[in-house]
Design a protein around this ligand. Sequence first.
Ligand SMILES: [Zn+2]
Length: 284
Amino acid sequence: MLKLKSVDTAVFVPDQSDEAFALARTTHMCVGAHQDDQEFMAYHGIAACYGSKDLWFSGVTVTDGSGSSRTGLYANTSNAEMMEIRKREQNKAAFVGDYGIQIQLGYPSKAVKDAASLAVVDDLETIFRFAQPDVLYVHNPADKHDTHVAVFLRCLTALRRIPVKERPSTVYGCEIWRSLDWLVDDEKVALDAGARPNLAAALDGVFDSQIAGGKRYDLAVHGRRMANATFFESHAVDATDSLSWAMDLTPLVQDDSLDPLTYTLGYIERLREDVAGRLKRFGG
Ligand SMILES: [Zn+2]
C-alpha cells in the first residue's frame, strides 16, 4: 500500500478489494478533519457514488478524534478507547455508504494546526497523487473550527505540489462549523443532498459517541439542508428539499498565484456590497 508518514494510519476497504486498487479507482474524495465530517459535508458525493459501478467515493479523515467529550455510555472510556470507538464509527459509515476506501491518518489535531509540521501535507500529497479524484470536498476556509481551517490549508499545499493536470477538476469548500448561507446567492454552489434520505439518516446516525452527549448533529445537519433549500430563492418552488452550500475552491487549486486569504475575504467583501446595496436601494 501507500507509504505514509503517519504511524497510526487505519485503512478500511468495505468490499475487501486490494487497498491500492481501491484508492486508484477514486472519482470523488472528501478530506475531513474529524470522524463524521465527510458525512456532514460530502453527502452529495457519497450519494453520487452509491450503487455505481464507475464512481467511487474515498474518505480521508485526518485527525485521531482524541479529546472529544464523553458522556452517558461513553463516560468511563479512556481517551485511547474513545479514539478507537470513533475510528470504528467512521468505518461503519464507510460500510453503510459503500465507500471505495476509508483512510484515517490518525494525526493529533496539534500536528495538523502546526504549519511547520509537514508530515500531514506529505501524506495528503501521496494520497492525492495516487487517487487523483475528479471531485474533491474539503472544509471551507471561512469555517470557524480551527482544525477544519488547518486541514483545508494542508490540503491546498498538498494539491499545489502535484502537476496541475493531475489535480481535481472540481473542488468544493463545504459547510460544517458555520453555514455558508452568507455567501451571496450567485456564488453559492448548491449541492443537492436530497437523494436517498434514508441513507443520509443512516450515515449521520452512526456517530453515536458524538450524538450521545446531547448534540443532535444528525438532526442539525438534516435541518440545515432543509433550511438551505427552503430559504434559497424566495419565489421559486423548491426543486429539492435538501441542499448543502459550498464555496467553489477550484480556482484556488488550479491557479497557484491565488492567495487563499485574499480569495476568501473576497466573498466577505461581496456580501458587504450586497447588504449595503440593498439598504441603499430602499433609502437606507
Ligand atoms: Zn470536524
